[in-house]
Structures are given as C-alpha cells and as structure tokens.
Design a protein around this ligand. Structure first.
Ligand code: TYM
Length: 332
C-alpha cells in the first residue's frame, strides 16, 4: 500500500495557504487512499528565533486544527515529531550523507538566513541542516509520496538525492519518495503582495488569511486584496498576479478552473465578494470543530499519544536498519 508522509511547522498560525496547498488534500484524498502519517513538525520551528511557550501553544493548535479539518485518527496517524526520536536519529546519518554545498544552495536557507543576518541575528546551524531533518522525516517511514505545496519541491528533491546516495553507498535502505501537489492553489500568494507566498511567519499581515480568522476578518482581508491595473477579469499569473491568486483561491474552494471562472466575472469587486464568501464557507466548519476539540485537550492528547506510538513502531525498524547499513555497531 502506498505510504504518505507530510507535516506542518508550528511557526505561526496556520493559513489558507497551508490549508489549500496541503491540509485539505490530506483530509479529502490522501488519508483515504494510502497509509498516511501527518505530523506537527515542531523541531523545525526551532531553526529561527522562537519563543518556547509560543511554539508549544502553536504545536497544540496545529494538531487540533489538523483534526478539526478532518484528519481521522482511525484512518491515518497524527503525531508530534519531537515525540518520536527516530527523526533526529536518522537526521544525523543523513547529515553524514549530505554535502554542505547542497544545503547552502537551498532557497529557504538563502532567504531566511539573509533575513536573519539583515536583522543582526546569528543564523542557527539548524537552519542550514533543516532540509536534512525533513528528509529524515520522510525517509524514516519509507514514504512513497509527500503531499506538499509548491514551495517544498526543492526539499523533496534533496530528500530523493539523499535516499539514492545512501542506497548506492550502503545498500538499499530507503524508498525514493516523490512530491505531490494539489491541482490548483499549490502556491497561494499574499493578498497584499501577490509576488510573495502567503506565509504563516509573515504575521501580522493583512494579506494572510488564517484558518481561525472569523468570517468578518476573512471578508475584510479578501475585499482589500491588492488587484491589478485594468478592469478586465482574466487569469494571467504573470501580468495580473493579484487577480490570478483570487481566481485560484476561488477555484480551489468551488472546484473548476481559474481561467474558466474568470469568464464569469465582469468586475473585480464581484470576484472578491464571491471569493470571500467561498473562503468563509470553506473555513467555517473547521473553525467550529476546532472550538469543540480545543475544549477537550485530553482528547487531542490521546490521539497524539497513540499517533506517536504508531509512528515509532513504523520508523524504528527502518532507522535501525540504516544504523547497521552505515557501519554502526549494534547495541550489545
Ligand atoms: P510549512 O509548515 O511551511 O507548510 C506546511 C504545508 O503547507 C504548504 N504551504 C502552502 N501551500 C500553498 N500556498 C502557500 N502559500 C503555502 N504555504 C505553505 C507547504 O508547502 C507545506 O506542504 N518544510 C515543511 C514542513 C516539513 C515537511 C516535512 C513537509 C518538515 N518535514 C516532511 C513534508 C514532509 C514546511 O516548512 O512546511
């Protein structure tokens, strides 16, 4: 059976980008057709300046939202990365497989490292090694597929390279995974700056819709979205990126294709209004279910405890095999 792994990093409140690019497909498609694991990848939140209490709070919130969105613990495994030691155990072996040059070339390292340096902060070594830990997340489970938004493609490519290299050097140990993306909205852009990705760490932001925003806030953010010059509603990512973003969001909410939807509108205002209502309708049940689940933290804990146990059981044999393959002496 196909195995799937994916994760969300608790560095901020989850956004519409996280939902449309990843979480919604995990719920609607992936958990039904494969043996799937979904993780709050909290170790990844420590690679940039962080507030410990906030990371802890956001981790719980992310886990609760994953369940609220519809991940069903009877169908898939939901857990917190730091509860399963195999991720960091394997990450070290993969650090011994990766070269520093290939990590320095990673776009996210260059961008986030550049931002930290510009703000006068030091760059954490873990920001450089982050993609190796991500590779460990995936390879520990022998995942065939990694459903992610477009921004993660380079990381999954590195994961593939590391798997192939490890297998060639030390014998077949890892499945070589591939990234999968949703058909639309694989890269939702910031409503105020359609040249940048809608990212959870850019908050507070008028251009970011959060999953827990109330209906009026969602409406306001979408009605104030930056649109492009001209009056004609057309789907043109290059010349009308603001409009294209709204059309993609609408298409993702309602089904259909962005270019076909464009033909149904003769004003930007009408498109914004329909997009706002579609997003409000899409997020309402998630927000309501989140409120119910958040009132029962022990229930969420029970899911995460069981999830971590299952994940450990799946990861341990493969990580142990990697320890042996690379030349480490078994414990005596
Ligand atoms: P993260 O936490 O930034 O994002 C979680 C998922 O949401 C997708 N996403 C988006 N999709 C469309 N439009 C957007 N604006 C948008 N913003 C985020 C991301 O592509 C991702 O699928 N490195 C990963 C976390 C990670 C991981 C893993 C993922 C760690 N280990 C192993 C898969 C497998 C990250 O930073 O995602």
């Amino acid at each position: 059976m196909t195995r799937i792994f994916s994760g969300l990093k608790p560095t901020g409140h989850l956004t519409l980008g996280n939902y449309l690019g990843a979480l919604r497909r995990w719920v609607e498609v992936d958990q039904h057709r494969a043996e799937a694991l979904f993780s709050v990848v909290d170790l990844h939140a420590l690679t940039v300046e962080h507030d410990p209490a906030r990371v802890r709070r956001l981790s719980r919130q992310a886990a609760t939202l994953m369940l609220a969105a519809g991940l069903d613990p009877q169908r898939c495994t939901v857990f917190v990365q730091s509860h399963v030691d195999e991720h960091t155990r394997l990450s070290y072996l993969l650090e011994c497989t990766a070269a520093d040059g290939e990590l320095r070339r990673m776009i996210q390292y260059r961008e986030k490292g550049g931002q930290a340096r510009a703000a006068g902060q030091s760059v954490r070594l873990s920001l450089l090694t982050y993609p190796v830990l991500m590779a460990a997340d995936i390879l520990a489970y022998g995942a065939d597929e990694v459903p992610v938004g477009e921004d993660q493609t380079q990381h999954v490519e590195l994961t593939r390279d590391l798997a192939v290299r490890f297998n060639q050097r030390y014998g077949h140990t890892f499945t070589v995974p591939r990234a999968t993306h949703p058909p639309v909205a694989a890269r939702v852009m910031d409503l105020q700056d359609p040249a940048s990705k809608m990212g959870k760490s850019h908050e507070p932001g008028a251009g970011i819709v959060h999953l827990l925003d109330d209906a009026d806030t969602v409406r306001k953010k979408i009605m104030r979205a930056v649109t492009d010059s001209g009056r004609e509603v057309e789907y043109d990512r290059e010349h009308k990126p603001g409009l294209a973003n709204l059309l993609e969001i609408l298409a993702a909410c309602e089904g259909g294709k962005p270019d076909e939807l464009a033909g149904a509108y003769d004003s930007y205002g009408a498109l914004k209004k329909d997009t706002a209502e579609a997003v409000v309708d899409l997020l309402r049940p998630v927000r309501e279910r989140h409120a119910e689940l958040a009132a029962d933290p022990a229930g969420v804990d029970a899911v995460l405890r069981l999830g971590a146990e299952r994940a450990r059981g799946l990861a341990r044999p493969r990580v142990d095999a990697a320890f042996r393959a690379i030349g480490l002496m078994p414990a005596v």
